[in-house]
Every structure is written in structure tokens, then in C-alpha cells.
Design a binder for this molecule. Structure first.
Ligand SMILES: [Zn+2]
Ligand SMILES: [Zn+2]
Length: 790
């Protein structure tokens, strides 16, 4: 009755701009279906950064439509904001007009939204195994719910013409699907079929293409190679991966040798969730994460050994830690590699290693030519295709912490989703990130856009990757930076590039202290304007020219005050001492004035002469850096307990091994390691001398149970952290929240116990979830500080 009364008012016309994840996820087709069901007219149009929705019809129906829209979005869409632009009486017979999808509009607001890539959906997966479907066995099957987005995009708005798929004009069947409002492929920009779309190519180690009568034969051959133990380079969504049969120890060893990567963990892909659950401890929510459209790698705790013994050589997949990085098939090509199509004699695979298709610390290859060039000597076959990848995007990596996931490497599936911040930035900013695990960030208004993981900037290839993202990102998102933020360390490649950029564009430059950036990254995530930040980290240049890395900072919008740290320890030879961690333990003893028992030198492979040389270096301050870092204390204890390798293979390796050792200890029998506290002005310093010194004079073979000592060390660090925070709270006279950041907090034992013990003192503790605690999150903090965010 009420509706009838209102309908007598005559139809209205409203114009609404809808922002959020609304492009590339089937949003406009859903609007059309819903509008038609509600008997409303109007239109939907992709604009740069939003969808403009026009509705005409009786007011009550229009209002009901808008009110219920957020709940009726397609699964992968998310409305973040709806802004009414216009409202008035409908023109002409607006009440019964049709609803149409209009050509995209490139002009518009500044908020550009490029959708993230979406993993293969269940409907498409069914079709590629259905002999009756035209998508049977087709590796580029996609729809509005799945397929590449960010990685194929060239510009905005998100339309086929703006992607690398523009080279593949739709065939009549695909065009019909694209135009059919009832079809899952209605206005899906990434669609293709065997008649019109991209094709696979299989190449031998000689780079010669093998010809096949059909796509089925090609897949069959690739699967046979995997079964035979070959290392296959597979062109994925955001770059190449290297695949081997994960149940074949010989193949894993060849891959490790070829990549010169003896211990670094290798991620595996499980055929399905049920298989992953036989090896990994997965809660329902973690299982959902693995199956979700982002389909990341999740670092999992393992099931008790008996369940999987003999099926997966876990100690070769992850030699240093009792965990496994696992993911599920992401693309139709993965799915086809796992499961045999009819007529294929190779049985289904349960597990395939899927590791980054790169050499050493380089970025992953994205073009076929790059792969042929840079993966030669590693790959023993190349499964390529001709759908170009425009933007590099690694697999994302998360780990379980306190039952929920924590981001460690943010890339495919998450990029370029925006991060909302609590109070808007005062100026647009480009933040250049750190030297390791580099990412960059753009900030404007109340949004930050974090780039995908770019990597360690030590190779020319990695620098090329950084330069590409730095030149593309602002253009894609139509954000013109007013300030460039860099780390204050002058030698960091990203800082050098950032300074050059600021100079050439004549814009402001701000240098940001590394741990201040860590703190603000975690605060931004939780909308905190003020906090105490406990940052346990590897290396970062402090404001006093020393290397910091175990910092308690009181942070607000104006800056920070350093309230507590660890006493500095010498690094004779600088970075060489980080690469060869035995030096660090010995140097700590030397700086304490204690000479190690001769058996230590023998065990650590160090001569008296070297020891004398380091003593002189430390005394005279020659070629010796001093570090406050928590990561370096881990190094020293890892050496002490026989865990650190002579030369480290990757950042944090001594700490990872020390944690693995500690996990084998019985928690009830842990000795208490002493440390000393002292204050200089307001600065509290934690001295690890009392914990380390007593071991110097002892025979290394006569130590107590190393696992118990390893656990004791973890608990001592937690006690030190609690003392630092207690001191900070006393200095600040307030109940400030506490944030934990820095790469050292990727340590599970340390993270859990620190959260637990700090919470027990009454502190409100916040940890990273969406932004990495490691240097991959630095750009976010830099952007907050340089952009003047609250
Ligand atoms: Zn699909
Ligand atoms: Zn087609």
C-alpha cells in the first residue's frame, strides 16, 4: 500500500558512484540482473576508479535497491563507498526504461581501482574437466569470478582493450557469452576459449618448441616430464614458477642444486584442500584462506609425523624449520597439470613444488624470453604461453599467528587492493621502501596502495623491477606525488633512486628512520595515532649513525622518541660478520674482555690470528660497525648453540634454526638466562653480556641441553621486551597501546609469548595482519610519516 502511494509521486532518477572492489569482479552484470528483477531502469558504467550507477523508477524501489545492494554483491566484489551525485524526477517514461551497461568512461575521479587477480573458480574448474564444454582442457578459461586482472592490465578503466588480452578478439561463441546477461561470462574482460584465446607452448631445454596435434597432447607431455622428475618452468599468472614432483627427492635435490639454494624452504602446491590437511594443521578459517580467490602460500604447522611419513620429503622441502609453505592450484594450467584428462596415462599428482621462477635473489621472470635466458641451467623444460604478463606479481605468502593469518609477502591476489587509513594524508606521497623485500607505496587521501613484493635490491634485474614499478604505479593510479619518502640510509638502492626522482621532478624528499617506519606501518593498520612500538629487527640506520634494531619507540604524528634498546655489539668487518655469524659471537666475547676456550675456535673454524685481528679492529674501531639489533643477538646465540651455518644462505637463517631447536625443548625445564638493565638519561639499555659471557670459558661440547638453552634465550628476549615496554609506559605516563613490528617477530615462539606476556601486564597489544612485519611493510610507514597521516 505504502509503495503504491509513493509510486504516485512519479519515478525518480538517481546517480550513484560506487567505489571499492567493483571492477573486474562481475559487478555491472549483477547490477543489471538486480535492476531488472526490481523492474528498475538505468545504467551501469565503469569509470576510472568507480562504477557509476543510474537508477530510474519509483522512489521506494530505488531506495530498497540501494539499501540492499551491499549484501547482494557478487562474491568477490566489495563496496567501500556509495556517493549520490544527483537525484531528481525521471525524464520521460523513466519508470519502465531498460537497464543497460554503457561503454566505459576513462575520465572521472582520481580513485582508480584495478582489481586483484582471482584464482580459478569452481565453475570454470568443472568446465575444463568436462568433455562436453568448449573449455575442456583449456588453460586460459576464466569468467567474471576468476582470472587475471592486475597482472594483465595496461591502463584504466579495467576493460579488455586495456589489457594484454586485446590481442585476442573474441570468437562468436565468446562474444555471445560476453553479451548474455544470464551468462557467467557476461562482460568478463579476461575470457577466452580455444578458438580465440591464448595458447600454450612447450619447449625443451634447447628452447626448441615441441609441436603437438592438440592442447591435450601438450599437457600430457608436460605431465610426463614432471613425472619423470624434470624441472619445469611454468608461466603462471604473475610470472614464472619452477615446478617439480614434490614426492620425488631426487628432483628436489636437482632443483636445489640448480638454484644454489640448499636450505631455503620450497613452497608446495597440493592438489586439493583435503590433501593439504593430511600434512598441515589447518583451522577452518585457514582452509578458507587457502581456497579463497587470493590463493596465497600459507606457512603451516605440521600434523604429527606419522600421518605423512614417506609421502612428502618434508625435511628436504623445509630443512631449517618444522613448517611447510603450502598453496592450492591457482590457475587452470595448474589444475590441468595436477589432474589427468581422459586418455592421459600419467596418474594425478598429489604435490608439486611450485617455487619462484628466478635465479638467486633476482625477480621472477615474466616473459618467455626472460625465462629462456635466466632460467637456463635450472629449468629442464618450459611450459610457456602467449598471454603477456604486464606487471610482475609473485605468489603471496602468509603465516599463521595466534590462529589468524599474518601477511609476510604481499603480492598476487592482494595487490593492488587499497589500505584505508584512519585520517587522511596531507599530501600525496611516493614511498620507496627498504633494501630487502622491497615494496613501494603510494598514498593519497585516506588510501595507501602498496606495490607487490619487488624483492632484494642487490641485482641489476631487481633494480630494473623497482624502476619499472616506480614509473608505472603513479601513472596507473593517476597519483602525482608531492613528496618522496626514503630510508635515511644513504646506500640503500631505493633511497638513491628516490632522491634522484625527487630531484628530477623538483618535489620534496623526506628521509625516514627505518624502525620509525616499521612502527607506523603497524599503527596504520590498526588506525592508531599514538603508540609504544617494540621493533625487533635486523638492520636499520638510527638517527645517531649507529645500526639500530631492538627499539622501543614512543610514536605519535609528530615523530618518535627512543626509550629503550639493546646495548650495541661489534660487527668486525661490517656486513661480513652478518654473513659469517661466528664472528659475531666471538666479537661479543672479545668486547666483554673474555677470551674464548680454544675448543670454541676449533668448533667455529676460526684461527687465533683471526681472533687477534678482530680484537684489534674492535679496540681501534677499524672497519667495525656497532649494532643494537635483536636479529644480531639471535645470530650470536644461534652460533653458541651450534645452529648457525658458517655462511648464511638467507636473511634470518640463524634465527630460524634457533627457533626450530627451541621448539624441541620441554617448556617445563627452561633455565633463566640473565641480562642486565641500565639507563642513560631516559634510554633503557638491555645488556646481553651476562647471558653470553659465562659460556666463553667452557668447552662447547659440555653445554647443557641446547634445545632448553635455545628456548631459554627466547624467553629471555620476551622478558627483556616486557621490561622495555614497562619502562616506556612509565616514561609516557599513559596507557598507550603497544605495537609489535620488525622481521624478528616472524619468529612464532617470540611472537606468541611476547603477545601473551605483554597482555598479562595489562597492555593492549597490536600485531601485523595485512602488512608484513618485515621490511616489506616499510613503505607503508614511510608513506604515513612523509604524507603527514594521523
Ligand atoms: Zn571462473
Ligand atoms: Zn572464444
Amino acid at each position: 500500500m505504502r509503495e503504491q502511494v509513493q509510486e504516485q509521486e512519479g519515478p525518480i532518477r538517481v546517480v550513484v558512484d560506487v567505489e571499492g572492489i567493483v571492477q573486474g569482479v562481475g559487478f555491472r552484470p549483477t547490477l543489471q540482473l538486480l535492476a531488472e528483477a526490481a523492474r528498475l531502469g538505468g545504467s551501469a558504467q565503469n569509470r576510472a576508479g568507480s562504477v557509476r550507477l543510474v537508477l530510474t523508477g519509483p522512489r521506494a524501489r530505488v531506495e530498497a535497491f540501494l539499501e540492499t545492494l551491499p549484501a547482494r554483491c557478487p562474491a568477490r566484489a566489495r563496496i567501500e563507498r556509495m556517493t549520490r551525485r544527483e537525484e531528481g524526477p525521471a525524464l520521460g517514461q523513466g519508470g519502465d526504461a531498460r537497464f543497460e551497461i554503457l561503454e566505459s568512461e576513462a575520465e572521472g575521479g582520481h580513485r582508480v581501482s584495478i582489481p586483484a587477480d582471482l584464482a580459478l573458480c569452481a565453475d570454470c574448474a568443472r568446465e575444463i574437466h568436462d568433455p562436453g564444454s568448449r573449455f575442456f582442457g583449456y588453460a586460459f578459461t576464466s569468467c567474471t569470478h576468476c582470472g587475471p586482472r592486475y597482472t594483465v592490465v595496461d591502463g584504466m578503466p579495467y576493460d579488455r582493450e586495456q589489457t594484454t588480452l586485446r590481442r585476442f578478439p573474441l570468437c562468436p561463441d565468446c562474444r555471445a557469452d560476453y553479451k548474455d546477461v544470464q551468462n557467467r561470462r557476461f562482460h568478463a574482460e579476461s575470457i577466452a576459449c580455444p578458438a580465440c584465446g591464448p595458447k600454450l607452448g612447450l619447449f625443451g631445454v634447447d628452447r626448441l618448441e615441441h609441436g603437438f596435434p592438440s592442447r591435450f597432447e601438450l599437457i600430457r607431455q608436460a605431465r610426463r616430464w614432471l613425472k619423470d622428475g624434470r624441472i619445469l618452468a611454468v608461466r603462471g599468472m604473475g610470472g614464472f614458477q619452477l615446478a617439480v614432483d614434490a614426492t620425488n627427492p631426487g628432483a628436489i635435490e636437482r632443483l636445489r642444486n640448480a638454484k644454489n639454494r640448499p636450505c631455503k624452504p620450497l613452497a608446495v602446491m597440493a592438489r586439493d584442500l583435503a590433501l593439504a590437511q593430511t600434512v598441515c594443521r589447518l583451522t577452518d578459517s585457514l582452509g578458507e584462506l587457502l581456497c579463497g580467490p587470493e590463493r596465497p602460500i600459507l606457512i603451516c604447522e605440521l600434523q604429527p609425523e606419522a600421518v605423512f611419513e614417506g609421502r612428502l620429503p618434508l625435511t628436504r622441502l623445509s630443512p631449517d624449520a618444522p613448517t611447510l609453505g603450502v598453496m592450492l592450484p591457482t590457475t587452470p594450467l595448474h589444475d590441468l597439470l595436477f589432474s589427468a584428462l581422459p586418455g592421459d596415462p600419467t596418474p594425478p599428482f598429489d604435490w608439486l613444488v611450485m617455487t619462484s621462477g628466478n635465479r638467486g635473489g633476482e625477480p621472477i621472470c615474466i616473459t618467455n624470453e626472460e625465462a629462456f635466458e635466466r632460467l637456463s641451467g635450472i629449468a629442464e623444460g618450459f611450459l610457456c604461453h602467449d598471454r603477456e604478463i604486464n606487471l610482475r606479481c609473485d605468489d603471496s605468502l602468509l603465516a599463521e599467528r595466534d590462529g589468524a593469518a599474518q601477511m609476510w609477502r604481499r603480492a598476487r591476489g592482494y595487490v593492488p587492493e587499497r589500505l584505508r587509513i584512519a585520517s587522511p594524508l596531507q599530501r600525496t606521497v611516493l614511498a620507496m621502501g627498504a633494501e630487502w623485500k622491497n615494496t613501494i607505496a603510494l598514498g593519497q587521501g585516506d588510501e595507501l596502495i602498496l606495490s607487490p613484493h619487488i624483492g632484494d635490491l642487490e641485482s641489476p634485474e631487481a633494480m630494473d623491477g623497482l624502476e619499472q614499478v616506480v614509473s608505472h604505479f603513479p601513472r596507473y593510479f593517476q597519483i602525482e606525488p608531492e613528496v618522496v619518502a626514503v630510508d635515511r640510509h644513504p646506500d640503500i638502492h631505493a633511497s638513491v633512486l628516490g632522491k634522484k626522482l625527487a630531484r628530477s621532478r623538483g618535489i620534496a624528499l623526506l628521509e625516514v628512520q627505518h624502525h620509525h617506519a616499521h612502527a607506523r606501518a603497524c599503527m596504520a593498520e590498526h588506525g592508531l595515532a599514538e603508540a609504544l612500538a617494540l621493533v625487533f629487527d635486523g638492520t636499520g640506520l638510527g638517527t645517531d649513525g649507529r645500526i639500530w634494531g631492538a627499539e622501543l619507540l614512543a610514536v605519535n604524528a609528530d615523530g618518535f622518541q627512543r626509550l629503550a634498546t639493546f646495548c650495541p655489539a661489534p660487527l668486525p668487518g661490517g656486513d661480513a660478520a652478518v654473513r659469517h655469524p661466528a664472528r659475531q659471537l666471538l666479537a661479543r666475547w672479545l668486547s666483554l674482555g673474555v677470551r674464548p676456550h680454544p675448543a670454541w675456535l676449533e668448533r667455529l673454524g676460526v684461527t687465533e690470528k683471526e681472533l687477534d685481528c678482530w680484537t684489534k679492529q674492535i679496540e681501534r674501531g677499524l672497519n667495525t660497525a656497532w649494532s643494537h639489533s635483536a636479529g644480531r643477538v639471535f645470530d650470536a646465540f644461534s652460533v653458541l648453540l651450534g645452529q648457525a651455518p658458517r655462511t648464511i644462505e638467507m636473511e634470518g637463517q640463524p634465527a630460524i634454526r634457533l627457533e626450530s631447536l627451541a621448539r624441541r625443548a620441554e617448556a617445563s625445564r627452561v633455565p633463566e638466562l640473565p641480562f642486565a638493565l641500565s639507563t642513560r638519561g631516559e634510554l633503557l639499555e638491555v645488556d646481553w653480556g651476562p647471558a653470553l659471557a659465562p659460556f666463553a670459558g667452557r668447552d662447547p661440547d659440555q653445554l647443557e641441553d641446547p634445545a632448553e638453552l635455545a628456548l631459554a634465550f627466547h624467553w629471555a628476549l620476551v622478558r627483556a621486551g616486557v621490561e622495555m615496554v614497562r619502562h616506556g609506559r612509565a616514561c609516557c605516563h599513559g596507557d598507550l597501546p603497544v605495537v609489535l613490528s620488525g622481521g624478528v617477530f616472524m619468529n612464532r615462539l617470540l611472537h606468541q609469548k611476547m603477545v601473551q606476556d605483554l597482555s598479562a601486564t595489562g597492555a593492549r597489544v597490536f600485531v601485523h595482519r595485512k602488512i608484513p612485519p618485515n621490511d616489506g611493510g616499510i613503505a607503508v610507514g614511510q608513506a604515513m610519516i612523509a604524507g603527514g597521516g594521523g
